[in-house]
Design a binder for this molecule. Sequence first.
Ligand code: SAM
Length: 292
Amino acid sequence: MPTLSASLLLLANRVLPAVDLPGDTGPMDYARWENETADGLIEVFDSCRDRGAPLRRALDVGCGYGGKTTRLRERSGKDVHWTALDLAQEHLGHAGNWFESNGHTEIARTRADAARLPFADGSFERIVSADALEHLPEPRQALREFRRCLHPEGRIVLLFNPWASPRGSHLGDLLHLPWCQVFFSRDTLVEATRAEAARKAAQMDAVLAERVIAHGESLIDHFLHHVHPTRIADLRDWLAEDTGLEIESQRHFGPGPLRDSGLISMPWCEEFLSATYAAVLRPTASVSSASS
Ligand SMILES: C[S@@+](CC[C@H](N)C(=O)[O-])C[C@H]1O[C@@H](n2cnc3c(N)ncnc32)[C@H](O)[C@@H]1O
C-alpha cells in the first residue's frame, strides 16, 4: 500500500503528460539524444567564440556518451584539438563508439575525476562542462581545477540543471511532475518511482517489464548517489570564494512557454524556472594578470 504522499505524487504524475526524454534506450540512441539536445550549449559556446585567447585546445568535462562533444568539435573547426573527459569508464567506452561511428576518432578520451584533472596548468583555451556540475561530489574543487588548467585568457562554458528547476530530480523518465523534488521528500520520490515502474511493467511482456523495473532502479540509484542539490546561488558563492573565476555572461534556458519569459532571470524565480542555467566564466582580473 503506497504512503499518502506517494499516492498524491503518483496521481499528479498520471494526470500530467509525459515529456520527451531519452528513456531506457541503447547507448548510441542516448548519445544521439545528447547530440540533438546540444543547441543551447552550442549557442553559449558560440557566444564566447571571439573572446580571450584563440582556441586551439578544448576540454569537455563529464562528456557522458560523447553526443555533445562531437557537436562542439564540428562547431569549433578541425584545427581545435578536443579531449573528452569522464569519470565513468563505461561512458567513455560509449563515447569512443559514438566518435568512431561519426568519423571523429581524433577526439582524445581521458578517464579522470573533474576535481583532479591530469593536465598541466593553462592547458586549454576552452573548458566546457554540460549537465555535469550537479553530478560532481566536489564541485568547488572541480572549479578550482578548471581554473588551473585554463589558459590565462581562456573561457569556461558551464551549463547545469539547478536543483529547484522543473526537472531537477533527474527522475523524469518515470516522474514527470515538475518540481516534484521540491514538494516531496527523497523517500517519497523513491517510493513513487518504484511504484510507477511497477505499474508500467505490469502492462508489458516479461522481457520489457524486467527492463522497465531495472531502469527504475537505476534512476533511483542515480538520484540517491549522483544528483546533488546544486543551486545557481551555490555556484555564485563558490565563484566568490576562492576559485579565481568570475561570471562573464549568463543565460537561463526555461522550459517550454517560459523559454523567453523575462521572469526567468529575476532573482528568486531563476532557481525555479531555469531548466538549464548557463554561464561563461573567465579568470578574475587579479588572477589573470598575476598569471599572464
Ligand atoms: C548527465 S551526464 C552529462 C553528459 C554530457 N555532458 C551531456 O550533457 O549530454 C554527467 C556526466 O558526468 C560524469 N561525471 C560524474 N561525476 C564525475 C566526476 N567526478 N568527474 C568527471 N565526470 C563525472 C558522469 O559519469 C556522466 O557521464
